[in-house]
Write a new protein. Structure first.
Ligand code: TLP
Length: 345
């Protein structure tokens, strides 16, 4: 089976497992796990922030950041397809008591004017707007890269209105590798930035939140409150260090594979996709013209050995990753050709 459901499906390689087995550990709730501390230092350095905090998941990284920047009854501004509101089980409302204002983006990307217009004026009828969350790359947008100048323009709006900015950078290194823009250049516009080790970077578990020292102290307390304080987590951090040392530059291969899939899909009957929109490792395509549901198409693909996920009743997503070799991608292209040609017949 070729599994392109997500880049979360990657498994730790033998060398990564070896690094995990050899990891020096301590009790991280006491701040005494040397491997976790090394990972946090490395993450902070990579993003040009003072400090970082290792957390179990990207969801926890986002939700701790929401909690940090807000009080119950506040409003946060997000793009309508953002992970923080689409795929986190209502956590912003459930755990932080905030309401969310969803703005429609172009493939996930917002305009500064849209954000400016959505910020609530001070009036006792209104919830205070206290946080803007951006996502780079944007998952539902199709792996879209946030243009750096757009981020800079949004930063200006946030600063002028005294509102914090959080970046869900689950796949920030995909943007870094695709553009050649250093992570520090993206990160400097945000108070908090999270990124995941367990997606394209290939670690089994973990994300980091990077910020200034004072915020990281507060985040550490909130992590305990949310149940994310871990003990001998160095075993996991070792996988993260290995991922950062070995698996960043190779993301470029995943991007090439995604473009290959997109070019194939663009030729197929019943499929609508603009390959120019595939910027990183995510390929989202429309299947309305097959007149089949996403579930029917997924079942037909699975029967031939290819796993994808639905993104809506008429769109599917394929994600390339380090466990999908060029051969796997060629096989995936052959399966897509077979299935869509048959459905059209
Ligand atoms: N995304 C997963 C699913 O939850 C949809 C995937 O398969 O893409 N931010 C972004 C942009 C993400 O794509 C994800 C995971 C997260 C945060 C959450 O990370 P985890 O799964 O570690 O909580």
């Amino acid at each position: 089976m070729i599994d392109l459901r997500s880049d979360t499906v990657t498994r730790p390689s033998p060398a990564m497992r070896e690094a995990m087995a050899q990891a020096e550990v301590g009790d991280d709730v006491f701040g005494e796990d040397p491997t976790v501390n090394r990972l946090q230092d490395m993450a902070a350095r990579l993003l040009g922030k003072e400090a970082a905090l290792f957390v179990p998941s990207g969801t926890m990284a986002n939700q701790l950041s929401v909690r940090l920047h807000t009080r119950p009854g506040d409003e946060i501004i997000v793009e309508a397809g953002a992970h923080v509101v689409r795929y986190e089980s209502g956590a912003a409302a459930g755990l932080s008591g905030v309401q969310t204002c969803w703005l429609p983006g172009t493939r996930g990307i917002l305009q500064p004017e849209q954000i400016d217009a959505a910020i609530r004026p001070p009036d006792y009828h209104n919830p205070p707007t206290t946080l803007i969350c951006l996502e780079n790359t944007h998952n539902r947008g199709g792996g879209t890269i946030y243009p750096l100048d757009r981020i800079g323009a949004i930063r200006k709006v946030a600063e002028a209105r005294g509102i914090a900015l959080h970046l869900d950078g689950a796949r920030l290194f995909n943007a870094v590798v695709a553009t050649g823009i250093p992570a520090t250049e993206y990160a400097r516009h945000f108070e908090t930035v999270s990124f995941c080790l367990s997606k394209g970077l290939g670690a089994p578990v973990g994300s980091l939140i990077c910020a200034d020292k004072e915020r990281v102290v507060k985040l550490r307390r909130l992590r305990k409150m949310f149940g994310g304080g871990m003990r001998q987590a160095g075993i996991l951090a070792a996988a993260g260090l290995y991922a950062l040392d070995h698996n960043i530059a190779r993301l470029a291969e995943d991007h090439t594979h995604a473009k290959r899939l997109a070019a194939t899909l663009a030729q197929l009957p019943g499929v609508t996709i603009d390959p120019a929109h595939v910027e990183t490792n995510i390929v989202v395509f429309d299947i309305s013209e097959t007149r089949r549901t996403a579930d029917e198409v997924l079942a037909a693909l699975k029967a031939e050995g290819l796993l994808l996920v639905p993104f809506s009743p008429t769109t599917l997503r394929a994600v390339t990753h380090l466990d999908a070799s060029s051969d796997h991608v060629e096989q995936a292209c052959a399966i897509l050709k077979n299935v869509f040609t048959r459905l059209a017949a």
